[in-house]
Design a protein around this ligand. Structure first.
Ligand code: DC
Length: 228
């Protein structure tokens, strides 16, 4: 029997650097990536476009199944572009409001169920790096390498602040700290697939680590657990 396509799961709260780490790992390993948060964000955007309430569970679950979304890696820019109904929506997705709306509809069990199959379809050879909140606990619970990234909330707000400024997006540090704390709370306390550390995950506190150090550490785990 052939062995399953390997997966590295990267879970953790918002602003911890999962996206950057995931893209760096993908470059080094030549693997695919799944930004599961982007799926929740796209769904929120589509819901707004269809004038659906963010609490209308069955309509949102239906929409999640029909969602015309695809991802296109842009290695030259170190990023991935997201398309909804053939339109590039990456910038619209990354706003704080986009994140807050995604986190609201992410509490709905039927919505999460509708997105499960779509997420698992990203598991293609030679391997997948999947980032989100429940990658190691639910979606890819058989993954050979599970990482949970943390960093203190002030540091995460600072990183988000710098990222937004670099992109020319106006932001206030105070409101980012409040927003991050609210989102952490909602993501950790929901009843279905809350943000928590998988029993077999490795926790890395990135507060005082560089991206390179985090990537290096994970690559060591990969060669220890997958290559051998
Ligand atoms: O990773 P992100 O900030 O783009 O995610 C946006 C929201 O989507 C997050 O606050 C909660 C939800 N989400 C989730 O519930 N499960 C995931 N695997 C990824 C994101």
């Amino acid at each position: 029997m052939s062995s399953p396509v390997p997966v590295i799961t990267l879970d953790g709260p918002s602003g911890v650097g999962k996206g950057t780490v995931s893209l760096r790992l993908a470059k080094q390993l030549g693997w695919h990536t799944l930004d599961s948060g982007a799926l929740y964000r796209v769904l929120a955007l589509a819901a707004v476009r269809h004038s659906l309430s963010l609490s209308d569970e069955s309509a949102l679950a239906d929409l999640a199944i029909r969602l015309n979304v695809y991802f296109k890696a842009v290695p030259a820019l170190d990023t991935t572009h997201v398309f909804l109904a053939e339109q590039e929506v990456s910038a619209q997705l990354r706003t704080e409001i986009g994140g807050a709306m995604a986190s609201q509809l992410a509490i709905l069990p039927a919505v999460r169920q509708s997105l499960l199959k779509r997420q698992r379809a990203f598991r293609q050879p030679p391997g997948l790096i999947a980032e989100g909140r429940d990658m190691g606990t639910v979606v890819f619970n058989d993954a050979p390498v599970k990482i949970f990234l943390t960093a203190n909330p002030e540091e995460r707000a600072q990183r988000r602040y710098k990222q937004l400024k670099q992109k020319g997006i106006d932001a206030k540090l105070d409101s980012l700290i409040t927003e991050i704390a609210e989102r952490d709370n909602r993501d950790m306390t929901r009843t279905v697939a809350p943000l928590l550390v998988a029993a077999d995950a490795e926790v890395i506190d990135t507060t005082d680590l560089s991206i390179e150090q985090v990537v290096e550490y994970i690559l060591q785990q990969v060669s220890r657990k997958i290559d051998s």
